[in-house]
Design a protein around this ligand. Sequence first.
Ligand SMILES: Cc1cc2nc3c(=O)[nH]c(=O)nc-3n(C[C@H](O)[C@H](O)[C@H](O)COP(=O)(O)OP(=O)(O)OC[C@H]3O[C@@H](n4cnc5c(N)ncnc54)[C@H](O)[C@@H]3O)c2cc1C
Length: 502
Amino acid sequence: MTEKSVIVIGGGVAGLTAAALLTHEGLSVTLLESHSQVGGCAGTFRRGPYVFDVGATQVAGLEKGGIHERIFRHLEWPIPVAKVLDPACVVDLADGLKPIEIWHNPVRWEAERKQQFPGSELFWTLCSFLHRSNWSLVARDPVIPFRNIWDLEQFFKALRPLNLPSGLISAFSMLDLLKFCGCHRDIRLRRFLDLQLRLYSQQPLDRTSALYGATVLQMGQAPLGLWHLQESMQKLSESLLSCFLRDGGEVLFSHRVVGLVKDGQKSWRVKVLSDKSELLNFEALDVVCSLPPQCLPDLISSEGGMPTSYRNHLSNLPQPSGALVFYGAINRKALQKDYPSHLQLDEDELGSLFVSISRDGDGRAPLGKATVIVSIFADVLYWNSLEQLAYQKAKSITLSKILSVMDSWLNISPDEWLIKELATPKSFFKWTGRPRGIVGGLGQDPLHSGLFGLASRTPIPNLWLCGDSIYPGEGTAGVSQSALMACRQLMKNRGINFDLID
Ligand SMILES: Cc1cc2nc3c(=O)[nH]c(=O)nc-3n(C[C@H](O)[C@H](O)[C@H](O)COP(=O)(O)OP(=O)(O)OC[C@H]3O[C@@H](n4cnc5c(N)ncnc54)[C@H](O)[C@@H]3O)c2cc1C
């Protein structure tokens, strides 16, 4: 171990961002990843000629000034090739009315909203104000929630007068905002918001924090945008990994962290199970952990340095949700029309179906064919409670239901599917090591988001958290922002001011 050593746990986008940034600052970083590849929930897998994005299928933060763009600029690495999604998504409420097209151009989106949800402009105007206010705050890299004087300074440095009114509604939900604007009786608007907000906040309308909801609602519009990566989602992780390796970082694949012990005041002993089932010990001054915080009570014992109050806090975090993901491949002509990349359907039994269809020539399927990915929210406790036989049966029933909904919605003949597979929370547990296959981070309700969320600075010295349970929340852009925050705190702790170059 040297004075410069850091261990980063987990090679998803959060861990990779932290590892790449710290190595670029001259620290000696070892990245420990339990899988044989990087990417985690934003990784990919192959089936013959098809490449499937495991979880994330679209990216925010690639536009100029967006978090991924800023980080790649800082690392002096080309940003992965991507196209802006326009429309970002087409939302079908299955009510026989025209689906809602979420356009990239704000004027076009405003016209669509006025047509789809007449009388709701006050609500959208208020959301736009909060959205602008919150994005301006996020772009100045605040530390949220703050846990010491330096954190507090970073928070106040990022604040502007425009941000102050946002503070007044920090206890509000999105439903409160709707009520305040007199639009809460508009059932179509409520269903639309329910569907869209859950994708980002893991919560329905009435439990999504108004600050968080308003921040993400207009993410698909210029000057921001949602992007479709050329080749696959893996490109984002591969680019970060390349920066990390270029700057001298070390990555160990198939190395699963099984324990963390505080050795004395300063250093950490990290226990790792290698691919050869050997128990190895690593030492470092700092540990950056990108795993869901629910993992920590198992990784750190009380004797190993975990205060009881923190253990209790982590053990009582609200249960995040899981996902069922259908991976399909199909001849493009069987799709009947040129659908946009992302669709969302409100279905009676399955709830929200978020559909991602590859573009011809985007590297995911041979020309003339397409990959179709459908994700649905799932109850992790239910899926983990099933015995093997019951599990296989539930999986096959769910797969049939998804296929039947897709076939009738998109008018596809059942024998057109070339590939049809289903991943459950159990599959996500195997792929990402996330406890019970929880995905997407903590739900962003008013009591668990922003200043009331889980801090990247832990009560255990030299242990820093990042990932989708840390501010600002889930998504590749969110977890990169959290990694930047954790790196700035770690560097400051070593007496060095670290900011991204402008
Ligand atoms: C179905 C689905 C759809 C999504 N859609 C989108 C989307 O369209 N756009 C978007 O931006 N986001 C989306 N997300 C969310 C996004 O994928 C995640 O928020 C983000 O990728 C999480 O990154 P992370 O690095 O925090 O965690 P992870 O991606 O989970 O990475 C954690 C890493 O740690 C490794 N690991 C686990 N345990 C250990 C251990 N003990 N030792 C060592 N390594 C370990 C894992 O193998 C993994 O590589 C989606 C997520 C899902 C599940």
